[in-house]
Design a protein around this ligand. Structure first.
Ligand code: SF4
Length: 206
């Protein structure tokens, strides 16, 4: 099965695959993505309702008291570090980018708490730059489907996926692999009995 066929089958399964973090503007998206590390989107959406009600823009979050923010987001993992990240990145956006979320990879990764994965999500989601952000689902599913080397690092996974798929597919592919990993090819109990990729899978369960 070639990459084109895999892409089309994923698209048939999840035609509406898209970002599941709730956001209304650029500020909310970058904060949500930083908060989503090692946490579910559902948990992030829950705390963000209150967070964005209290801090509606980058200026208010830049001036926030860290203890107040910690209280709001304490139900998600790594909340103390994440509090520092989102306050610091807000300050940097206010001080260095006139309150506007930057639109280049280099500027994005200069922000506290923003690494390669977060920068790629922001570029694809806000600025429509073709990008493949490699999270735990993308990493696992790509390896099970034999799209990338088993021992590939996240950066290598990104490069190998870029080589395997047309550029115009990259951003949608990111969502498709996440949806497939989140709802079908789960880490512990993948639904192999209904999987359209069982013939090519390297880790099928029966
Ligand atoms: S056969 Fe199972 S492990 Fe393999 S890709 Fe399908 S759901 Fe995932």
């Amino acid at each position: 099965m070639n990459s084109e066929t895999i892409y089309k089958k994923l698209l048939e399964l999840f035609p509406d695959a898209s970002c599941e973090l709730n956001y209304k503007n650029d500020y909310q998206l970058i904060v949500a993505v930083v908060l989503s590390a090692q946490t579910t989107d559902i948990a992030v959406n829950k705390v963000n309702e209150l967070l964005f009600a209290k801090y509606p823009d980058v200026y208010s979050l830049a001036k926030a008291n860290s203890k107040d923010v910690e209280k709001i987001i304490k139900s998600i993992g790594l909340y103390k570090n994440k509090t520092k990240h989102i306050i610091n990145l807000s300050k940097a956006i206010v001080e260095r980018f006139n309150g506007i979320v930057p639109n280049t990879y280099e500027d994005l990764i200069s922000l506290d708490g923003v690494g390669r994965k977060t920068a790629n999500v922001v570029l694809a989601e806000l600025f429509k730059v073709p990008a493949i952000a490699v999270d735990t689902h993308v990493n696992r599913v790509s390896k099970r489907l034999g799209l990338v080397d088993k021992d590939a690092s996240p950066v290598e996974v990104e490069k190998q996926l870029q080589n395997a798929f047309k550029k115009e597919y990259w951003s949608k592919l990111h969502h498709l692999l996440i949806h497939f990993g989140r709802y079908n090819c789960l880490a512990r109990n993948p639904k192999c009995d209904i999987c359209p990729f069982i013939e090519i899978c390297t880790e099928r369960k029966f």
